[in-house]
Design a protein around this ligand. Structure first.
Ligand code: SIN
Length: 273
């Protein structure tokens, strides 16, 4: 298999791999550890192959809020129909950061792509952290932040297009609330990285609301710099896996009038404290 970095700091595309082949898993796992985002081009996988690949990394974390693929409750459907305007995952986020043990990784399989656009952007949270000044890193190092699912998946969104169309549901289950360090040591590599995100993080503990808001706003602007990013240009059949403890991601909603369908499987993680 041929592993080609996408940028200087994050992501790689892998040509010539087959996620169904057990003997290729160690090399794929190593690429995932090295690059945090891996794009496995041109896969021929059925839903059960997608699940078997995910289980090699760990147990499946079943998403509570996304519509599931019929017959496959462990696979979430990430869908935008051609007459819809909102895409799932448009804001910069880290999947499941509202859980006490947040998901380690997510695996997205492209089934239908628009004729243009529909890319996904990723940020390296390790690179973003390392680019902060030593004094800012020292300030952030002792802090913790609160993450919640309520304001994103709870009853507040009942009038949104995603809830009205049934793409998101189960609002009564949006009770998750977790506290994580603002800076984590990656559970596998030990690399230090920021672990706050604009969608699920509500505030930094122990700061006044205005202070927390300002610090988070500064960090979010800092993290969005293109130097920390990579962009995945999807083709039908691609499977992309990312590490939620090392990255943010964002779906680009620039293909109105066209359908985009992905299947997502999420893998369980561990406590980050
Ligand atoms: C997601 O946020 O999991 C979906 C990303 C995408 O559809 O590109």
């Amino acid at each position: 298999m041929d592993i080609r970095p996408l940028t200087g700091g994050l992501g790689a595309e892998i040509i010539g791999a087959d996620i169904r082949a057990e003997d290729q898993f160690p090399a794929i796992m190593q690429a995932f550890a090295d690059h945090s985002v891996i794009v496995l081009r041109d896969q021929k996988v059925a839903p059960d192959d997608h699940l078997s690949f995910a289980r090699r990394f760990g147990p499946i974390n079943v998403n509570r809020f996304f519509q599931a693929v019929p017959g496959h409750p462990e696979i979430a459907m990430v869908l935008k129909e051609k007459d819809q305007t909102e895409a799932v995952g448009e804001g910069w986020h880290t999947d499941h950061s509202y859980d006490v043990e947040p998901a380690m990784g997510s695996i997205l399989h492209a089934l239908e792509m628009p004729p243009f656009g529909g890319d996904t952007l990723f940020v390296s949270m390790g690179a973003a952290y390392e680019a902060l000044s030593p004094k800012m890193r020292a300030f952030l190092d002792g802090l913790s932040a609160v993450h919640s699912s309520r304001h994103v998946f709870g009853s507040d969104i009942k009038d949104s297009e995603a809830a009205q169309s049934g793409r998101l549901g189960n609002a009564q289950a949006a009770t998750q609330y977790a506290i994580h360090p603002v800076v984590i040591s990656h559970p596998l590599s030990g690399r230090r990285g920021l672990y706050v995100n604009p969608v699920f993080t509500t505030h930094i503990q122990g700061l006044a609301p205005a202070e927390s808001e300002s610090i988070l706003a500064m960090l979010y602007e800092h993290c969005k710099q293109p130097e920390f990013q990579c962009r995945v240009r999807w083709r039908v059949g691609d499977v992309t896996m990312w590490d939620n403890r090392a990255t943010w991601h964002k779906a680009i909603n620039d293909y109105h009038g066209h359908r985009r369908l992905m299947h997502r499987v999420t893998v369980e993680g561990v406590s980050l404290s």
